[in-house]
Design a binder for this molecule. Structure first.
Ligand code: CO8
Length: 258
């Protein structure tokens, strides 16, 4: 597998995927999002991959959709093609755990891509924003929806209507980011978190992820019922027996992903 706009490095069971269009601050061109979508298909199907870390470079995670490519598109171009929704949204349906490791700009589609990951670890240099309004459009890959659910209406309106950027400290304070680390520790911290997840039971991790995600799509009562069914399902796994027995035998569990 080789890609023009992505780098893939395996760290044990963790796939580190780097967005790699530094000359355009990793602007998300149709080619890049198509490559990412294809790579995610491979990573999802590969049993040796336990988790994904998605990152950019020191200056930018990604500065948004590629404005150069889309500026002359007509309504019919974007409507008929359903403006590449399938490739953009692929990350949000990725079933394995995913962490965005963000340094520098995560703007527009870049912020939206980071929010499609399960959580975001940010370097102290990170800057988040939905500046689409400043170029005559609005977020189109979940920015008005995910951002609002993650940080609430007041902050989301402020970001989406003014297009201002939020620094890493503010992003951490308002819950957009799970951990804030010095820039030189970003990748290590994200890999460490992903490796820890990779030591746990893969099917149970998938159930946990599915259950948290359900919180954004349903009522509390339905969500709790959904969680309970998945909780019950964990008792059908060998890994639940192994985890609980290992606790009493005072040893590290050896999960078999069954
Ligand atoms: N698209 C294309 N090229 C870009 C983009 C972009 N989004 N961002 C930066 N670049 C290019 C610049 O044109 C420049 O290229 P060149 O060297 O050839 O002139 C190079 O990257 C470096 O950029 P700057 O010189 O501007 O760097 P600065 O450090 O001065 O500024 C900024 C950095 C503040 C990040 C600035 O580049 C900027 O404002 N970028 C645009 C940010 C933006 O508006 N993003 C939103 C885009 S719209 C969007 O994402 C909608 C998503 C909808 C998805 C829908 C899917 C279904």
């Amino acid at each position: 597998m080789s890609y023009n706009n992505l780098l893939l490095e395996m760290h044990g069971k963790v796939a580190l995927v780097t967005l790699n269009r530094p000359q355009a601050l990793n602007a998300l061109s149709p080619e890049l999002t198509a490559e990412l979508s294809e790579l995610l298909d491979h990573l999802e199907a590969d049993d040796s991959v336990a988790a994904l870390v998605l990152t950019g470079n020191e200056k930018a995670f990604a500065a948004g959709a590629d404005i150069k490519v889309m500026k002359d598109w007509s309504y019919m171009d974007v409507y008929k093609a359903d403006f590449i929704t399938a490739t953009w949204e692929r990350l949000s349906t990725f079933r394995k755990p995913s962490i965005a490791a963000v340094a520098g700009y995560a703007l527009g589609g870049g912020c939206e891509l980071a929010m499609m990951c399960d959580f975001i670890i940010a370097a102290d240099s990170a800057k988040f924003g939905q500046p689409e309004i400043t170029i005559g459009t609005i977020p189109g890959a979940g920015g008005t929806q995910r951002l609002t659910r993650f940080i609430g209406k007041a902050k989301a309106m402020d970001m989406v209507l003014t297009g201002r950027m939020m620094d890493a400290q503010e992003a951490e304070r308002c819950g957009l980011v799970s951990r804030l680390v010095p820039a030189d520790q970003l990748i290590d911290e994200a890999l460490k978190a992903a490796e820890r997840i990779g030591e746990l039971s893969a099917p149970v991790i998938m159930m946990a992820k599915e259950s948290v995600n359900r919180a954004f799509e349903t009522t509390l009562a339905e969500g709790i019922r959904f969680e309970r069914r998945l909780f019950h399902s964990t008792f059908a796994t060998e890994d639940q027996k192994e985890g609980m027995n290992a606790f009493f035998e005072k040893r590290k569990p050896v999960f078999k992903n069954r």
